[in-house]
Write a protein that binds this ligand. Structure first.
Ligand SMILES: CC(C)(COP(=O)(O)OP(=O)(O)OC[C@H]1O[C@@H](n2cnc3c(N)ncnc32)[C@H](O)[C@@H]1OP(=O)(O)O)[C@@H](O)C(=O)NCCC(=O)NCCS
Length: 121
């Protein structure tokens, strides 16, 4: 596996990214965003399905972390994690906050509860 990590400095949204490239194809990425009050948000970690569990996320993470240590000493870093990305952040010394649960619904008129209930006798 010959993976190259490239830094992507974007001219908008205060974001910087790191791309994992294999043969001119992006197989993974992570980003960070500068926010007010000396805060950095880590976001958008992704590795393509057929390249997972080979250490690409770890390599991207370590590269970003070195950059942050070199340039943002004293700032606070936070992230929202899904189960696969949480263990690495805990390993790296991040503290676990409250758990959030994703919810959704289709927008429609709210019907009284009994009109939705199907009763078979
Ligand atoms: C999360 C994701 C980026 C991990 O990428 P990856 O290249 O497979 O991860 P790595 O092989 O570098 O693993 C690094 C560490 O992450 C953790 N990890 C990775 N995949 C995991 C999984 N499926 N379950 C639990 N922990 C996982 C482990 O701690 C692992 O360390 P280890 O190999 O020593 O056990 C990848 O699974 C992905 O893109 N998932 C879909 C998008 C997503 O959930 N992104 C996170 C948004 S918050």
């Amino acid at each position: 596996m010959d993976i190259k990590i490239v830094m992507l400095e974007m001219n908008a949204q205060n974001q910087i990214g790191w791309l994992a490239i294999e043969e001119d194809k992006t197989v993974g990425h992570i980003f960070m965003r500068k926010e007010p009050d000396k805060t950095l948000k880590f976001l958008d970690a992704w590795v393509s399905k057929d390249h997972r569990r080979k250490g690409i996320y770890r390599s991207l993470w370590n590269t970003r972390w070195q950059y942050v240590k070199d340039n943002y000493k004293g700032w606070t870093v936070y992230a929202w994690c899904r189960p696969p990305s949480l263990p690495l952040l805990l390993e790296k010394g991040f503290l676990k906050g409250d758990t959030c649960v994703y919810v959704e619904r289709v927008v429609e008129d709210d019907l009284p509860r009994f009109e939705k209930c199907f009763v078979s006798c």
